[in-house]
Design a protein around this ligand. Structure first.
Ligand code: AGP
Length: 606
């Protein structure tokens, strides 16, 4: 199960705070929700399918009064999203919330059913409930949890409460993130610090194999060998632009229009305008010794890796490779100590990306992570962290984080180009200077929104759409198509413009919307001729460029002009109209902007 977990041990009733935390966790998964509290030695469980607000209504009708409890929002992996499969999963004795996948749940379930145990749900999680219940018959809570974990294969973050031990919550982590929060007369368990931020900024993070026993005024940690350990307590920075949407109607629009600010902030973090230099130092490998960079990510983060490959090729003599994390982790890889492995991840918790990072660590190669959440698992496990400083991104469709990833990757490539002497000082300072124009150029790009609202209408009853680009516009075509898919549920395909004649041109028919991304760069003329090929088959062209020259052909349905910036930086601007297009098509279709169906913000399962 991929979801959000909360646990609270307090000196006062916890259900309201559990509900409020679950609302903050809803971006992680939101097809069902539930909580369980302990009320004079009785497990009071309440669950619902759908959103947390449904659970809140149930609590209004029949309040829960316990001072200790656990809560959960679910993104279904095993079992349909209904009330039976919602968490917590409780027996008479224990109640369990779980994030992750138990890979051997079927065999464990069969074994337990053979011993006469009954199951109510189709979930893998319930196996944990029944196992702990069984072992509790002749072991203390901590011992019964340890023994249970030894039987489990797969990943989990767990919160467990016990009917007969009404002052403790036990948490455990293997592969899925779990944090502990501290307050006075109250302690917390949570999937991430964001869920706990409204109650505390004192946070510890469990690492794989670790457990914690949490009461209202004490937390103990144990390692995989049941040895007591101490955990560092971080004071997590409270981002000013946190939680509320302000006067935006949803997080995604806030995050799109924040991009001018977030890019400006990121630039101020990495560039020193006095010294006219980039302040990136402490490379894990002597920069001149790096002979290859491998960039790894998923989804939108993977698209930023694709753009970075073009930059590294353009600016440095370093060989650049890219890979999708879920592919990388199963390859027969040849590791080299002069390779730098870069992991791009907004959440820093994506299971595929984290697993790919683990393989690199086991092979003793140097790793760098480019993340938005600096206290995340991927960041904590990397040799070197380059934050993107975009502030919490709540909308499931990644927007400001993508631009943040791009700008950090560009700055890194630029720094490498100069520190290695791959480009001369003059070009370096020109490239560095070009960065200053970005925040203003981004702001001017927002002015296209009203034209984009018109374009959006043309996608509503389209059978599908194509997004085409060459060079570093090709990854932007992929990103634009992904945005449209995940927000409006319409078929959309990003494709290299030069590849259309090798098959996909057969898809083009009268009126099919085709977005062509064509900045005035060295590919421009080639992309124009690909555009003609599409027009000749009746495709309806939406042409996005930064070129002032009007186009020859009349068959261009719409022409959007973004401000001109150096060709190396145009991917950042060309992305914005595509974010706005997907946003407006989704609005017209009444799709849920911040929480598209079937998705979750941070995919912490394989
Ligand atoms: C982005 O719009 C998508 N929702 C998704 O592809 C996301 O980029 C991907 O899951 C990677 O997430 P991460 O950046 O948190 O690792």
């Amino acid at each position: 199960i991929m979801c959000g977990i909360i646990g609270i041990a307090s000196n006062k009733p916890v259900s309201i705070n559990i509900i409020n935390s679950l609302k903050k966790l809803e971006y992680r998964g939101y097809d069902s929700a539930g909580l369980a509290t302990l009320n004079n030695n009785f497990i009071d469980e309440k669950k619902c399918s759908g959103r947390v607000v449904e659970l809140e209504k149930i609590l209004f009708k029949s309040p829960s009064n316990g001072n200790i409890g656990i809560g959960h929002v679910r993104w279904a992996t095993h079992g349909v999203p209904n009330i039976i499969n919602a968490h917590p999963h409780s027996s008479e004795e224990v109640s369990v919330v779980h994030n992750g996948i138990i890979e051997n749940s079927d065999e464990l379930k069969k074994d337990l059913e053979g011993q006469g145990f009954k199951f109510k749900s189709q979930t893998d999680t319930e196996v944990i409930t029944v196992l702990v219940t069984k072992l509790l018959q002749n072991s203390k809570p901590l011992e019964s949890v340890f023994k249970t974990l030894k039987k489990l294969k797969g990943s989990f973050a767990l919160g467990i409460i016990f009917r007969n031990y009404s002052d403790i919550i036990i948490g455990a982590r293997r592969g899925s993130p779990l944090a502990v929060g501290y307050s006075n007369e109250e302690n917390y368990l949570g999937s991430d610090s964001y869920a706990l931020k409204s109650m505390t900024n004192k946070i510890s993070y469990l690492d794989d194999g670790e457990l914690c026993v949490l009461t209202k005024n004490n937390v103990e940690f144990y390692d995989v060998n049941k040895k007591k350990i101490n955990k560092k307590i971080y004071t997590v920075s409270d981002d000013e632009n946190i939680s509320d949407k302000g006067d935006y109607k949803n997080f995604m629009s806030k995050e799109i229009f924040e991009q001018s600010e977030t890019i400006k902030k990121c630039l101020s973090e990495y560039t020193d305008s006095l010294k006219k230099d980039i302040n990136i130092y402490n490379f894990p490998i002597e920069p001149k010794k790096i002979n290859k960079i491998i960039l790894i990510g998923c989804g939108t983060a993977y698209h930023s890796c694709l753009v970075a490959k073009y930059w590294l090729e353009e600016l440095t003599t370093i060989d650049a490779e890219i890979d999708i994390a879920s592919e990388f982790r199963y390859r027969n890889l040849k590791f080299n100590s002069n390779n730098l492995y870069i992991f791009v991840s907004q959440s820093g918790e994506t299971a595929d990306t984290a697993a790919a990072l683990d393989i690199c660590k086991k092979n003793n190669v140097k790793t760098c992570s480019i993340v938005n959440v600096v206290e995340s698992t991927i960041a904590r496990n990397s040799d070197w962290v380059l934050p993107i400083h975009a502030g919490p991104e709540i909308g499931v469709a990644s927007t400001k984080a993508f631009l943040g990833q791009l700008i950090v990757l560009y700055i890194l490539a630029l720094k490498l180009s100069t520190i290695r002497g791959d480009t001369d000082k003059k070009i370096y300072s020109i490239n560095l200077n070009n960065l200053k124009k970005l925040p203003e150029a981004i702001k001017n790009t927002f002015k296209l929104e009203s034209e984009i609202q018109l374009i959006a209408k043309e996608f509503l009853d389209a059978k599908g759409s194509m997004f085409l680009g060459r060079g570093n516009s090709f990854p932007i075509a992929l990103e634009g198509a992904l945005k449209l898919k995940e927000l409006s549920y319409l078929h959309a395909e990003g494709y290299p413009a030069g590849e259309m004649k090798h098959g996909p041109l057969a898809l083009i028919e009268e009126g099919l919307p085709v977005i062509v991304i064509a900045p005035k760069d060295k590919y421009y003329e080639k992309t124009l001729s690909n555009t003609q090929e599409v027009i000749a088959r009746g495709g309806k062209i939406f042409f996005i460029t930064d070129n002032n020259k009007r186009l020859l052909s009349t068959n261009i349905r719409f022409r959007l002009k973004v401000p001109h910036v150096d060709n190396l930086l145009s991917p950042l601007l060309l992305t914005i109209p595509l974010q706005l297009l997907a946003y407006h098509v989704a609005l017209l279709k009444n799709c849920d902007i911040d929480k598209p169906r079937n998705l979750a913000k941070s995919v912490t399962v394989e």
